[in-house]
Design a protein around this ligand. Sequence first.
Ligand code: FES
Ligand code: FES
Length: 158
Amino acid sequence: MPQHTFTVNGRKVTVDAADDVRLLWVLRDLLGITGPKYGCGINVCKACTSHINGKAFNPCSVPVSAIKPGDEITTIEGLADPATGELHPMQEAWLEHDVAQCGYCQPGQIMAAIAKVKKARAEGREIGDADFDEIRNICRCGTYSRIREAIKTGAGKM
Ligand code: FES
Ligand code: FES
C-alpha cells in the first residue's frame, strides 16, 4: 500500500492508503478527524470544507495522492489555539450568534467563512455581500441569515 505524508492541524502524519482514496476518508476513517463532514462526495454540498495551505478546498474530491509532503491541511479541529485552547474568533462569533441548528454543515461553513475573509484581506479589502453570495455551502436547516451575521462579527475580530 502506498504511503502518503503531509501535515494536518500542525502534526506531520504518514498514512497507508491507495492512491485514489479521497482525502476526506483518509482524514475521517484513518486519522479520526471527523470535523469535515461527508454530504455528497462530489464537491457540491461543501460540508467537508477544510483548508489546504490556507485556502478552502473540499477533501471529498481530492485523491490522497494529490497531497504533497509540504502541504498543510487544516480542519475545524485545528482552529483553536493549540497552547491555550482558545477558539478562533470565527468560532466565537458562531457561538455568539447561536448559528447552528443540527450542526452538520457548520464545520464547513466556518472553514469557508475564514477562507473568504482571508482572501478578501489578501486582496486589500473587507468581506462583503458579493463574497457571501459566493459561499456555496449548503445548510439544510436554513441558517443562512445567522451565518452572514456571524461572519461579519468574526471578521471584525480576525
Ligand atoms: S462532501 Fe465534500 S463537497 Fe459534499
Ligand atoms: S445546521 Fe443543519 S445543515 Fe446546517
